[in-house]
Write a protein that binds this ligand. Structure first.
Ligand code: 0A1
Ligand code: ZN
Length: 881
């Protein structure tokens, strides 16, 4: 926390460093009440730097104990020490700078740098945490090899780990011991890691494509040893997949995953020593949902894939964050698609984009995939950098095709191995490998906001010619009022009475041989364009943005009949899902306008019938039959006006009720036929069946006493967390309060010692809209199951309340906003990263008619606090601008 106004950093001001550090020796002495960090930095002046250049080292919250150059203590006029820097001048062209820092991991609550989680020493250095460990040029373009010595108490810390290979271990006097680690791969400081503590291990091996044996080690608290199998399997599958799909082999003889309870994010890809939030590694049927199992698989894969896309080739500066994150999310999404169902993964990713990323892109923190400026980089680990960044890579894949894309990725890794590079370098490799000019495409990296495609059509019955007119527009975003046209791959087809029609696009020779002549990728790259299809026997219905081929909104005036046709018969499962969502959205909008309307639109009824009766992947079917979420509906409403969360809530209740009643028999049939009776396994087949049976159960219990008792029975007979939570949520929503309370108590009695299950217990109650949610959340903040310093608990209770209980968060008296504001106020001092993330729902004040004034007032109150962290300051100042 500093009092000076935080500074904005600009991409345009990037300068290569004046000194490199080729080799870094660190010696840690860990004690209970403090730690000492001795560093020996082997520096070398860069060719471009002047002889008098200063060596600038970042350092925060460090106490200087010793400082020497090439073995000689430095005189005080040779260096300058401030809160954030150590600057040394008068240096030779190369040499060794030695420092000793005293630090206090036990009182580090920010969870950046070296800190303690349940006694365990662990580190989190991305993005700028290394500077809280020692003085160093803490920027990703300074890559160094590391040699790390760790000394600690032998009984408290039997495990001493760092990156690379263990080269020595020995006992020391006074019941202490030492381990020495050497990492031969040059890396930026953000990939440094250290772990010391009492952990138990699960071990396995992997034989790489070239026959090398790699030891795989997962380290957890002893009580969690039985929850590691799923992560280990996921790791082995990821390693094989990266060899097969991207030709990437693991490069060291050992790979560690360590699970820690107190962690700001999901996980971290430190070289050979990944550190994970326990919630992203540990899996057991009673404490992990199906979605949790899938999330663990994809995060384990994501972190592993970073070994190439992030570690071997890293980012030149933090503006390039999406270079590693967008590419790695694309890689993990492809992995998940290959492990499970491709259409399901696409539908679920599109849901996240449209619900959350579009909202971010339209809000006050909107920024391009490659931001041009920031105050605090931690605020830019966003859906835009990660998910939209991955969509940008996916579009490149679509434009180039799998073969050229793979060639481009091979070239990128070959060309830049061991370097810190930019998004431009990535695109250049794709250009050079494919021979395609991607200079216009690159605007996706620099332009913020969600483009909107307005599509209209014309049918010339006489000529059999169908014309699509497409125009694109990207709305202004903060600091970017003028937008240019983007290159948008628009995947599409045309649906006729008997199925998808063969397509002949003007200017394209008909190709009767092509097996795939009902599907096209139109390249939309101008403000306005026309695409003419000839030789058509009938006026078609356009099937647009198949597979969510670009992160854009589409405005085409579908009739309900057309949507029904697409739901029932289109070839593309994303379009089928989306069309049913559109039918539900328009039914919900009507219900909002006319709350007493009773009858269900017959076309929606037919569409639901069609989906229920076809044999589709049950997991996709389940997503199709679920109501659009309140958050998505609020995002849509605020795109065209203001959102009324109370109206949305009531309309959803009414539509749920109507669907429940109209299809009662269907729900019963689906529930009976998909209910899983075999013992729990987190395998695709069971996960899909459970999803569908559980959607059916939710409808069965809607406004129906018998259905509620069925849900209660389902709760008690569940052998897994997925079913138990679905039943619990349903009973809380539909049953009486006494029954709800008894299940909440039962859940607590069963799982009070399982902290990850307790997180769900907190969330379910925070999201429960019955009764006084605010009083309940405040009471839970005092409950032993809560811990106001643990990010998982904060997200589970406060995050769930603010993001998933809109009617109470937006209570008219502003009590929900105040609750969030109070928590942010405390966290601003304790853990600024979590504080600023938690603020997100308040930053969207402009989307709401009723709450706007009170939401802004809460932001203003916070902005007047005496010592704002840069993290919170940035979000507040941009939200109030
Ligand atoms: N690079 C990690 C995410 C991560 C980012 C920042 C962190 O601390 C501020 C921690 C983890 C990933 O993409 O998984
Ligand atoms: Zn990542």
């Amino acid at each position: 926390m500093r009092d000076a106004q935080p500074k904005t950093i600009f991409l345009s001001e990037y300068k290569a460093p004046d000194y490199g550090i080729s080799y870094t020796e660190l010696h840690f002495e860990l004690f209970d009440d403090h730690s000492l960090v001795h560093a020996r930095l082997h520096f070398k002046r860069s060719d471009h730097a002047s002889d008098t250049a200063t060596l600038v080292l970042n350092g925060q919250e460090l106490e200087l104990q010793a400082l020497a150059l090439d073995g000689e203590t430095l005189a005080s006029d040779d260096y300058e020490l401030s809160d954030d820097f150590l600057c040394v001048s008068g240096l030779p062209a190369s040499g060794v700078l030695e420092t000793t820092a005293r630090i206090y991991p036990q009182s580090n609550t920010s969870l950046e740098g070296l800190y303690r989680s349940r006694g365990l020493f662990c580190t989190q250095c991305e993005a700028e945490g290394f500077r809280k460990i020692t003085w160093f040029p803490d920027r990703p373009d300074v890559m160094s090899t590391y040699h790390v010595t760790v000394d600690a108490d032998a009984r408290q810390c039997p495990e001493l780990l760092s990156n690379g290979n263990l080269v020595q271990s020995m006992e020391l006097p006074g019941d202490r011991h030492r381990a020495v680690w050497d990492d031969p791969f040059p890396k930026p400081s953000y990939l440094f890691a250290l772990v010391a503590g009492n952990l138990s291990r699960v071990e396995d091996t992997f034989i790489t494509m070239n026959g090398r044996k790699v030891r795989l080690i997962i380290l957890v608290e002893e009580k969690d040893l039985d929850k590691c199998a799923h992560a280990m399997d996921s790791l082995k599958r990821s390693m094989r997949w990266d060899e097969e799909r991207f030709g990437r082999e693991y490069d060291l003889d050992v790979f560690h995953i360590v699970a820690v309870d107190d962690f700001n994010m999901g996980a971290m890809e430190n070289k050979s020593l990944n550190i994970f939030n326990t919630s992203c590694v540990l899996a057991a049927p009673d404490t992990t949902t199906d979605a949790g199992y899938q999330r663990i698989e994809s995060i384990v894969a994501h972190e592993y894939f970073h070994n190439w896309s992030g570690n071997r080739v890293t980012c030149r500066d933090w503006f390039q964050l999406s270079l590693k994150e967008g590419f790695t999310v694309f890689r993990d999404a492809e992995f998940s698609a290959d492990m499970g169902s491709r259409s399901l993964k696409r539908v679920e990713d599109a849901m996240v984009m449209r619900t959350l990323q579009f909202a971010e892109d339209a809000g006050p923190m909107s920024h391009p995939v490659r931001p041009a400026s920031f105050i605090e980089i931690s605020n830019f680990y966003t859906l835009t950098v990660y998910e939209k960044g991955a969509e940008v890579v996916r579009m490149l894949h679509t434009l180039l095709g799998e073969e050229d894309f793979r060639r481009g990725s091979d070239l990128y890794f070959d060309r830049h191995d061991g370097q810190a590079v930019t998004c431009d370098d990535f695109v250049s490799a794709m250009e050079d490998a494919s021979g395609k000019n991607l200079s216009d495409f690159k605007r996706w990296y620099s332009q913020a906001g969600t483009p909107e495609l307005t599509i209209r059509d014309d049918w010339d019955a006489e000529q059999g010619v169908y014309t699509l007119s497409v125009s694109q527009e990207t709305p202004a975003t903060p600091g970017q009022s003028d937008k240019e046209a983007l290159v948008i791959p628009l995947a599409m087809g045309l649906l006729g009475e008997a199925g998808n029609l063969r397509l002949t696009l003007d200017g394209e020779a008909p190709d009767p041989e092509s097996a795939d002549n009902t599907h096209r990728i139109l390249i939309v790259d101008k403000p306005e364009q026309e695409f003419r299809f000839s030789g058509l026997p009938e006026c078609p219905t356009p099937s647009l943005l198949r597979g969510f081929s670009a992160p854009v909104r589409v405005d085409y005036p579908y009739t309900r009949e057309q949507l029904l046709a697409l739901v029932s018969r289109d070839d593309d499962e994303f379009v089928r899902w989306d069309s049913l969502q559109q039918l539900m959205v328009s039914a919900l909008q009507e219900l909002q306008a006319e709350p007493h309307r009773v009858s269900l639109d017959p076309l929606l009824e037919e569409a639901v019938n069609a989906i229920c009766s076809q044999s589709l992947d049950p997991a996709v079917q389940a997503d199709m039959l679920r109501l659009p979420s309140e958050t998505y509906l609020a995002e849509l409403a605020s795109h065209s006006g203001k959102a009324d969360v109370h109206g949305i809530f009531r309309a959803r209740q009414a539509l749920r009720q109507a669907l429940a009643e109209t299809f009662r028999e269907r729900w019963q049939q689906l529930f009976d036929s998909y209910r899983v009776t075999a013992p729990y396994a987190a395998i695709g087949e069971q996960i899909g069946a459970r999803a569908l049976a559980n959607v059916a159960l939710d409808y069965l219990a809607t406004g129906d006493e018998q259905g509620v008792s069925l849900a209660a029975q389902y709760y008690f007979s569940a052998d897994n967390l997925t079913n138990r939570l679905v039943a619990l949520r349903t009973v809380l929503r539909e049953g009486d309060a006494a029954l709800g309370d008894s299940l909440i108590d039962d859940f607590y009695a069963r799982f009070k010692d399982e902290t990850l299950a307790m997180n769900h217990w907190l969330s379910v109650q925070a999201e429960n809209t019955s009764g006084d949610s605010i009083a309940r959340v405040r009471a839970l903040m005092e409950h032993p199951a809560y811990d106001s310093r643990n990010p998982n608990k904060i997200r589970a209770l406060i995050g769930a309340f603010a993001n998933a209980n809109a009617v109470h968060f937006h209570k008219h008296d502003g009590a929900g906003y105040r609750l969030l504001g109070e928590v942010v106020e405390t966290l601003n001092e304790q853990n600024p990263q979590i504080a600023s993330r938690l603020l997100t729902p308040l930053t969207r004040w402009n989307n709401y008619a009723q709450g706007a004034t009170l939401m802004r007032a809460e932001l203003e109150r916070l902005s007047e606090l005496p010592s704002l962290s840069p993290d919170v300051y940035e979000v507040l100042s941009k939200s109030l601008a």
